[in-house]
Design a protein around this ligand. Structure first.
Ligand code: AMP
Length: 224
């Protein structure tokens, strides 16, 4: 099967991370999350304080910083292809992404827009928990992946973490940033005939099947 390079565009908590993880596990994609690249910036880095501050407020980190991290990530072995989640987040980044792809000799095959209502997204954000050890995602409010023992990872039995920006105030700011800055990116990919919209308000397994179908991976799904 040919390699596939995918971009996810979505408001916060639409499921970018969840579906990227599912695709990675099932097909061997390389998941590149812009948010994770930034969260993993070393405390010894000269931009560490700046990155922490901007992320906490829900704003966008400077383009040079994210482009440098992304170039490094895209230059590694990408397995079945890459899934890029959280980038590009505005039109400037979309154009810079085009230049970066040329530099590393890659292209995008599909852009998937995960469309979710603001109230559903808020509920997901407020209940979101992650295992610091295996990185598995849980949710204490939505009924999807509820930890068996409250606050503990089912597999590692360690306390689950809550992201510092997963509060209502930061969510509202991130959602507003998305509406004003990221929405134009949808049109950008639409104009390139690469965009498919998927309703991400449904159960995660239903949405995942739709994503597989859009990517032409449905048959593999049915055979498993
Ligand atoms: P996420 O994990 O995608 O929800 O991103 C968490 C935070 O990281 C965002 O609220 C931004 O502060 C920052 N961030 C993630 N992706 C980008 C990006 N492409 N450009 C600038 N900042 C970003």
């Amino acid at each position: 099967m040919n390699k596939l390079n995918i971009v996810f565009i979505a408001p916060p908590a639409a499921g970018k991370g969840t579906f990227s993880g599912m695709l990675k596990e099932k097909y061997g994609f390389t998941h590149i999350s812009a948010g994770d690249l930034l969260r993993n910036v070393s405390p010894s880095s000269s931009v560490y304080e700046e990155v922490q501050e901007v992320m906490k407020s829900g704003g966008l980190v400077r383009e040079e910083i994210i482009i440098t991290l992304l170039k490094e990530a895209l230059s590694k072995d990408l397995g079945f292809g890459f899934i890029l989640d959280g980038f590009p987040r505005n039109l400037d980044q979309a154009f810079a992404f085009g230049d970066l792809l040329k530099e590393v000799n890659l292209s995008v095959d599909k852009a998937i827009y995960l469309d979710v209502d603001v109230d559903t997204a808020l509920k997901r954000v407020l209940g979101r928990l992650t295992c610091p050890n295996c990185k598995r995602d849980y949710n204490s409010l939505t009924g999807y992946n509820t930890p068996k023992d409250e606050g503990l990872c089912d597999d590692c039995h360690v306390s689950l973490d809550k992201r510092s920006d997963d509060n209502e105030e930061s969510f509202r700011k991130r959602y507003e940033t998305y509406m004003t800055k990221t929405q134009p990116v949808i049109k950008f990919f639409e104009d390139l005939n690469l965009l498919t919209r998927i309703d991400a308000n449904k159960d995660a397994n239903v949405t995942f099947k739709e994503i597989e179908n859009v990517l032409g991976l449905g048959e593999k799904n049915d055979n498993n």
